[in-house]
Structures are given as structure tokens and as C-alpha cells.
Write a protein that binds this ligand. Structure first.
Ligand code: MOS
Length: 740
């Protein structure tokens, strides 16, 4: 189905099941431990051996020799694979570094060998006996030190640097201005379930049960890496214990499980040991960001410039920290620039709202700073600089899948002002004292902070297959993944609404490359696009059922397990008396995105307390108000935003991969040293969705929602800390040592 005009009324609008806060249909499977994750496929591969990866002990250089004798002789060892024995391996198309090193080592803990043994313990013990000799080379590991060597770089499909009006002249002439530099650290996804795969060969056909957000990308890259036809690869990933961008791409666990299984002649299961999750996979790259904002005395932005520096391996990608600055606030004179340095740290890539999450961490402090200079309330300042059209005229304004902006491109929906006003009202913003360090509650200095939230809504094609079976069940199959987000549930709700069946009658099957290719889970595009694909398949199934039952499909209504038109009502079950009916279709988008910029908006309000003696920082209250199109399930969507806000607290106060600048690796590579917030860190947390539908986004009229919840949070906290203490911290995370 092609979707290239604003959506009209359709069966989803009934909202009898879609839009309801129903419980997750996969909840019982997860809470009872019966959902099988990638490392638990004893059911299908009972004789699986265990793989264990040896990671490189240097960050840059060459492997001169590998002595496998002792490891091979160790108890239980079945096979050892290194680059020498693996045969020709392609790099794949999505990763910058190779997933099996040799002879070149590109980063610390890059896989050097996989040891396969009868038990996990035997594989681990033998891995310690693999003796690798290296010739190491000097690497670069320090972004600040390499900043001046950074080169212009493009953020995904954006055209690179942007310039509108005359930024330099306008900034120079601005009566009120700020020019500040901010920094964000390297961060790790740190999901609960480490990357894991169980691989099994049947002849030249490979099946991998894995933990991956994007099935079709994974199949493509696994086939390319191994040099085998795509048709011979099946990837299955029905349950995922968190991804956050770290499982968007094929990783070493899948490749080395497959190579290990081939060498051992047995299925192999392999999980990245926790340390390798941090140094073997991708991470969010550190950034240095310079913001220059000039305003007139009425509080209108006249000039806004945002430059971002980040680093990656040679031929790598920059962090797109400037993206939101092209879209969020008005102002006639603007510039953005992205610079990329070469760093020999593990590969940088997408994590939890790449681009906007770290970009908003800087931009939204800068906005607070200029508002303060203007003696304007920061909520009022943001409202005064709202724009209903894309301000970055003449340049591409967004991410892949989105369009090139033309003059006066409107936003499809933009309720930033509403989010700000409602949030301010509900949070009690009027009680904030604009004078920093002036509110005391016992030993606590108390402050409030605000930030906007912004994240784009990306449209990408997505397909599904639906089948009405003779027992009255409707089966939905799509390779869409559920990374803990609620995909099973909203897809089930969509099919139930479309077919007029109760949710209990829908069986949702996800995450298998045998199913039609979906949008997958990433960039907050999963919910809207994957349900729109199911919608399209259901439209086709309705037509087939109507035809079968002798209805005019334009008139037929599907409700209460019946097909109805005029006075005629026929049980849906009648259509499948003599056999099941199946339909397959997908949603594809025309040039709708050229007619309007699609983004999601919100406002974050935070109250913090800072201990007057120790500078310990505590979040006391948080509120987010989000405008993100139709909310398909207020319960799962709310959970997504609450989770995202929690990650925002991590980014503000705790999360930081500490770089060993001599050896070149992340030191705190475990969940003890890499701290993330827990329930006790955030006593009061709430969020509100505005009642919004966006007919430009899809027939679902929904949008991305999850990543919006993280964007802006950290800055709201930093701004609250400033309001509490009068100390402006521009270097994340905001830890107590930076306040004293
Ligand atoms: Mo997301 S970081 O695009 O999985």
C-alpha cells in the first residue's frame, strides 16, 4: 500500500482496541521465564557447544602470531577459529571495524579468536590459554587532543554543514549573546541481555537465534560477511533484552557462533562476556559542542550556530549532534558544522536517540544560558522562539527517509508551546525562583530546570502477513522486533481493530527472517511503521474476506467477529470454512515527507536537590509532556517514555565510559563501574501525552515516541542543578566534584 496523502478516516479511528492501555501480551511469557532468548535455545539445539571470544589486548597494531597449542589441548575443546582459519570474511556493510581481527587490530577487545568447547567453563578456561603476540602501534584516543585534526563529515544522509543567512555578522551584531562549549562523554548501551547467538548449520543453510533489532540488516550482513547467499541465512530474534542501538547491527557473537559451529560441526551458542559488550561492540561517541546564540533585546534569536566534534575509527561516522538545531528554534541567521576526528577506540555508532540525545544535552543548556542573560524565563524564551515552519531553509533538515526541506516547509504537527505551557502548569513552574542558589530545604539546595524535547519521526517501509485460520485465530507475521518496547502488543491491537476481533484471538509472531521485512526497531521508527505495515496487510485481508463472503469491500465493516454491511451480518468464521485466508502487504511512503517535516516534541521539567555540604545531587521530581501523534497504547508508550527519562538521568548524572588514554579502551567495562540510574534514584516521575493525531505520518496517525523521552532530559537536570547552586556545569556527567 502506498501512503502518499494525509490519512482519511479508517477502522483504526474507532479506537476500541488501539489507543487502549492494554497489558503487554508477551508479559506473562517474560515474567514466567518462558520466553526463550537467543542463548536459551536448548529446545532446538540441545547438543549445542559453547563459544567464547578472545578479545584483542591492544587497541591498534597487528597480530604477529597466535599460539593455539595449549588451548587446543585443553579439556573439552572442539574447535578454535581465528582469522587465519576462518576463510575469507567480508567486513559487512554496516560496521566500520571487522568483527574478527587479523592480522590488523583496529580496536581493543576486537575479536581475535573464538574457542568452542563442550561447556561454557571449558571454553572460557581454554580461551585464557590462547597466546596472542602483537605488535602494537600508537593510537589516538583523546577527542579533546584530536579536536583540531577533525575533518568535515556528513551525518548520515544530511548534506553536511549548513548555513542560512549571515551567521557571523548577525552573531557579531547581537546585543545579547553566549558562546560556550559543552562536552558529552562516551556512553554504552549497557542493556541487560548481552549480545548472544545460537548458530546451527544444516548443510549450507545457517540458522542463528540471536538478539538483534533489525532482522533484514542482520541477514544481509551475515550473508555478506560469510560470503554465502542471503537465502541460506535465517535469523530469529523473537525476544530481546534491550538493544538501545547496540543491537541494530550484526555483531561478533552472531558471526563467531556461525564460524564456531561450522568448525565444530555442532550448533554453538555464544554470548559476549560483559566486558566485551563495552569494548567489542559499539558505543555512543563523546562530543565536544560549541554553541553560539545571539538574540535581540526582545528575546528573539537572531543568530544560532552549533558545531560538533566527535571521533571514530578511520572511515567511521560522526555523532549527529547538530541535527535538532536545524529544526527546533526560529532565527534568520544560522550555521551548523560536523567535524570528525580519527580515534582508535571501539566503534562509535547509534545509541538511544543518536544525534538528538547528545545534541540536546548541549543545545538546551545553551538556551537556558541565553534566556538567563536576557532575564527571561526559559519557558517563555522557548515559546518566543517557536517556529511552525522549518527554519533551516534550503538544506536537508533531517535523517534518512526524511526529505530535503524546501522554503517554508511546515511541520506536520508541532505542539512544543503546548507541551511547555501544560508542563509548566502541572509542574508548578511558577514556584521556581529564577535567582540561583536561593531555595533551601533543610540541607538541600533546591532548583528547577526545563528543556525542550525533540526527535524526528522517520518513515520507512514495513510489511506483514496476516492469516485468518480455521480455528478463528488471526496470525500476524512480520520480522519486526520487540526490544522490550511493546511491539507485540501494538501490532496485536492493530490487527484486532482492523479485523473486528478481540485481542485474545490474535497471535503475533515476530523477529524471524522468514516473515515479511518490517521497519525493524531503531530510531523510534518501529511503532508507527510496523503497525502501518500490519494495517496494510489487514486491508488486503479484509478485501479477500469480503469477496469470499459476497460483500462489497468498500462497504463491509468488521466488528464483533462479524462482517457487516447494511442489514447483512455474517460471522467472520464463515469465510474460512473451507480453508484459511492469507494476505501480505506493506506500507510504503511516497513523497509525503516533502510536504511537511515530521518531528515529535516535548518538554521536560525537573526538580533537583543538591546537598549544601557534599554536593550530592538528587533528582526529586520529573515530568515530561510529549506530543507524538496518536498514542497506540498509552501504557506501553508511557513505559517507553519513563524508561527514556530514566536514561536521561543516567546521561545527566552518571553514565560515562572512562577512556584509558594510554592503552585505548573503556576502563569501566561492567555494570559495577558503568553506573545507570535505578528506581531509588528518581522518587517522583510522571509523563503526559498530548491528545494528538498526525494524519501525515501513516494510516495509524501515530509517530515515534520512545526516543523523544530521552532528548532534553539531561539538560533539564543540568539547568536544575544550576538553578539550585549557581554552578553551571557544561561537561557531562554532572557529578558532585564539578560543583565544588
Ligand atoms: Mo536506536 S539508537 O536507533 O536503536
Amino acid at each position: 500500500m502506498k501512503f502518499d496523502a494525509p490519512a482519511t478516516t479508517n477502522p483504526i479511528d474507532r479506537l476500541t482496541i488501539v489507543g487502549q492501555p492494554v497489558d503487554r501480551i508477551d508479559g506473562p511469557l517474560k515474567t514466567t521465564g518462558t520466553a526463550r532468548y537467543a542463548y536459551e535455545r536448548h529446545d532446538i539445539a540441545p547438543n549445542a557447544a559453547y563459544g567464547y571470544i578472545v578479545g584483542a589486548a591492544i587497541a591498534k597494531g597487528r597480530i604477529t602470531s597466535i599460539d593455539l597449542a595449549a588451548a587446543k589441548a585443553a579439556p573439552g575443546v572442539l574447535a578454535i577459529v581465528t582469522a587465519d582459519s576462518a576463510g575469507k570474511l567480508d567486513k559487512g556493510s554496516k560496521n566500520t571495524a571487522k568483527l574478527l581481527a587479523g592480522p590488523e587490530v583496529q580496536h581493543y577487545h576486537q575479536a581475535v579468536a573464538v574457542v568452542v568447547a563442550e561447556t561454557f567453563e571449558q571454553a572460557r578456561a581454554a580461551a585464557q590459554l590462547v597466546h596472542v603476540s602483537y605488535q602494537s602501534e600508537r593510537g589516538t584516543f583523546d577527542l579533546a587532543a584530536e579536536r583540531d585534526t577533525a575533518k568535515p563529515a556528513k551525518v548520515m544522509s544530511d548534506p553536511g554543514d549548513s548555513s542560512v543567512g549571515d551567521f557571523a555578522a548577525a552573531f557579531a551584531a547581537a546585543p545579547v549573546k553566549i558562546d560556550e562549549t559543552y562536552s558529552t562523554p562516551d556512553e554504552s548501551h549497557a542493556m541487560m541481555e548481552p549480545h548472544a547467538s545460537t548458530a546451527m548449520w544444516e548443510g549450507d543453510k545457517l540458522t542463528v537465534w540471536t538478539s538483534n533489532q533489525m532482522i533484514a540488516w542482520g541477514v544481509q550482513d551475515l550473508a555478506k560477511t560469510l560470503g554465502i547467499p542471503k537465502e541460506n541465512v535465517r535469523l530469529v530474534s523473537p525476544y530481546i533484552g534491550g538493544g538501545f542501538g547496540g543491537k541494530l547491527f550484526l555483531r561478533a557473537d552472531a558471526v563467531l557462533a556461525a564460524l564456531g559451529a561450522r568448525a565444530a560441526g555442532r550448533p554453538v551458542k555464544l554470548t559476549l562476556q560483559r566486558a566485551l559488550v563495552f569494548n567489542n561492540t559499539t558505543h555512543r561517541p563523546a562530543t565536544i559542542q560549541r554553541l553560539r546564540i545571539g538574540a535581540d533585546r526582545d528575546g528573539k534569536i537572531t543568530a544560532i550556530g552549533h558545531e560538533s566534534w566527535s571521533g571514530d575509527l578511520p572511515d567511521g561516522k560522526p555523532e549527529g549532534a547538530i541535527s535538532q538545531t536545524r529544526l527546533l528554534y526560529a532565527g534568520p541567521n544560522r550555521m551548523t558544522a560536523t567535524r570528525l576526528a580519527v580515534l582508535d577506540l571501539p566503534e562509535g555508532n547509534s545509541m538511544r536517540a543518536p544525534g538528538e540525545a547528545p545534541g540536546m544535552m548541549a543545545l538546551e543548556i545553551a538556551i537556558d544560558e541565553i534566556a538567563e542573560k536576557l532575564k527571561l524565563d526559559p519557558v517563555e524564551f522557548r515559546i518566543r522562539n517557536d517556529t511552525q515552519v522549518v527554519p533551516d531553509v534550503g538544506e536537508a533538515s533531517s535523517k534518512p527517509g526524511n526529505s530535503t526541506a524546501t522554503k517554508q516547509l511546515p511541520f506536520s504537527q508541532r505542539q512544543l508551546i503546548e507541551c511547555m505551557r501544560i508542563g509548566a502548569d502541572k509542574f508548578g513552574w511558577d514556584k521556581r525562583n529564577p535567582q540561583p542558589a536561593s531555595v533551601r530545604d533543610g540541607r538541600w539546595l533546591v532548583g528547577m530546570g526545563v528543556a525542550a524535547a525533540f526527535r524526528n519521526n522517520m518513515l520507512t517501509k514495513s510489511a506483514a502477513r496476516v492469516r485468518l485460520e480455521q480455528d478463528g485465530t488471526l496470525v500476524v507475521e512480520t520480522d519486526m522486533t520487540d526490544i522490550g518496547t511493546g511491539s507485540y502488543t501494538i501490532i496485536g491491537q492493530t490487527a484486532a481493530e482492523m479485523m473486528g476481533l478481540p485481542l485474545q484471538k490474535i497471535s503475533v509472531r515476530l523477529g524471524d527472517s522468514r516473515f515479511p521485512v518490517s521497519a525493524g526497531s531503531g530510531g523510534q521508527w518501529g511503532g508507527n511503521n510496523s503497525t502501518a505495515g500490519v494495517y496494510a496487510a489487514c486491508v488486503k485481508l479484509r478485501e479477500a474476506v469480503a469477496r469470499k463472503l459476497g460483500f462489497n469491500s468498500a462497504e463491509a465493516e468488521f466488528e464483533g467477529g462479524e462482517v457487516r454491511a447494511g442489514n447483512r451480518r455474517v460471522p467472520l468464521a464463515d469465510a474460512v470454512r473451507d480453508g484459511q485466508i492469507e494476505a501480505e502487504d506493506g506500507i510504503e511512503y511516497g513523497d509525503l515527507q516533502k510536504k511537511a517535516q515530521q518531528s515529535t516534541f516535548g518538554a521536560h521539567f525537573v526538580e533537583v536537590g543538591v546537598d549544601a555540604a557534599t554536593a550530592e545531587i538528587r533528582v526529586r521530581r520529573m515530568l515530561a509532556v510529549c506530543a507524538a501523534g496518536r498514542i497506540l497504547n498509552p501504557k506501553t508508550a508511557r513505559s517507553q517514555v519513563i524508561g527514556a527519562m530514566t536514561m536521561g538521568v543516567g546521561a545527566a548524572l552518571m553514565e560515562e565510559l572512562v577512556v584509558d588514554k594510554k592503552v585505548g579502551f573503556f576502563v569501566n567495562h561492567d555494570l559495577a563501574g558503568y553506573e545507570v540510574p535505578v528506581h531509588a534514584d528518581i522518587p517522583h516521575q510522571d509523563m503526559i501525552f498530548l491528545d494528538e493525531t498526525d494524519p501525515m505520518s501513516s494510516p495509524m496517525k501515530a509517530k515515534g515516541v520512545a526516543e523523544l523521552g530521552i532528548c532534553g532530559v539531561a539538560a533539564a537536570i543540568a539547568n536544575a542543578v544550576y538553578n539550585a547552586t549557581g554552578v553551571r556545569v557544561r561537561d557531562y556527567p554532572v557529578t558532585l566534584d564539578k560543583l565544588i
